[in-house]
Design a protein around this ligand. Sequence first.
Ligand code: PMP
Length: 428
Amino acid sequence: MARARDHELYQAALNVIAGGVNSPVRAFKAVGGEPVFVERGEGARFWSPDGREYIDYVQSWGAMILGHAHPRVIQAIQVAAAKGTSFGAPTEAETELASKICGAIPSIERVRLVNSGTEATMSAIRLARGFTKRDKVVKFAGCYHGHSDYLLVAAGSGGATFGIPDSAGVPRAFAEQTVVLPYNDLDAVGESFRLGGDDIAAVIVEPIAANMGVVPPREGFLELLRGLCTKHGALLIFDEVITGFRLCYGGAQSLLEIQPDLTCLGKIIGGGLPIGAYGGRAEVMKCLAPEGDVYQAGTLSGNPIATAAGLETLHVLEEENPYDTISQRAESLASGMARLVAEVGTAACVNRVGSLLTVFFGVDEVASYEQARSASGKLFSSFFAKMLELGVHLPPSPFEAWFVSAAHSEADIERTLEAVAASVKGLA
Ligand code: PMP
């Protein structure tokens, strides 16, 4: 067996870890086969315990924008760890990271650091409810905002991959507080606000959807959300857990020129360590305890090592401004892939925004969750398996974004395209 050690490790994991993985998207359920284990990573690559080398487009689901084990980030982690790993008392570095975030994203006047994207969105929702004194939340089908009860409804990639529309264990009464609308559907948004806009505490949205595969917002969609939220006194929450510091130094909101009331962050701001953050207008953020009566807390929040890794990542991004280069590399990959798939006569659509991209097989256009779901999982699975054999590690689901990092070189993209050329042959 080509991946004998991976197989052994997976069997061992299955005996002690629920489902063999600590997060469902790591399992290869959607594409068949068994996960690749990682022994070590460097830059765009990682190596498995079988000794195989992979060009990696998962990159910790977007957290590793500088690639694996960036020397400056590792150094910052080592220095921080040597001084103590957690205190439960404030440190100066937390204020430094918070200042960087507030400086880069003008809609964030005050921020709170937490430990994951899920915590960020869950807490932002509670804060919005506390601030508006309303209960209803609007989300969009196919957008994922972590796994808290209110948001695990029509939640995109994970659920779409496994065909679970909602999670068992979410009380109906909770889910009923969440209004789910189709992403990019301006009429549905207008109608929903017309019928009950004054009961809506918040609208939460991925400003560029990346959990149904990459789907950019239609012109006017986010503008409409901004206008209606303002008119009805609801808060607009941008979930920038993926897009924050990924498309530019700051949020997608600065590219799109729309200011949300609250923003959720994660991934990149922790440089590969567990982190999340949410922030917004001072007037709203002051409702949080200890100033206000909305409670949210965390033993490890603002953890010194995560803070140091995040700070150093932001320093490197600010100094090197790699965004144009990463985008160009992603564009070469996206256009090369579209050409190679067209050459073999298979219908496909490659969506790309900056360094995020997704190939949808068997469809010509994807601008909505329905269109994303109509893409062929079967074609993706055989493509995925061949790419893996050829040393390219893609997200193991047709509904995920691929993440190009600053460490992916032109040569890596060329090698990837060679693998694509070989993998699309015979796709029918
Ligand atoms: N929001 C978005 C947009 C995400 O993509 C994710 C995770 N992929 C989350 C929230 C949840 O973040 P975490 O996995 O850190 O809890």
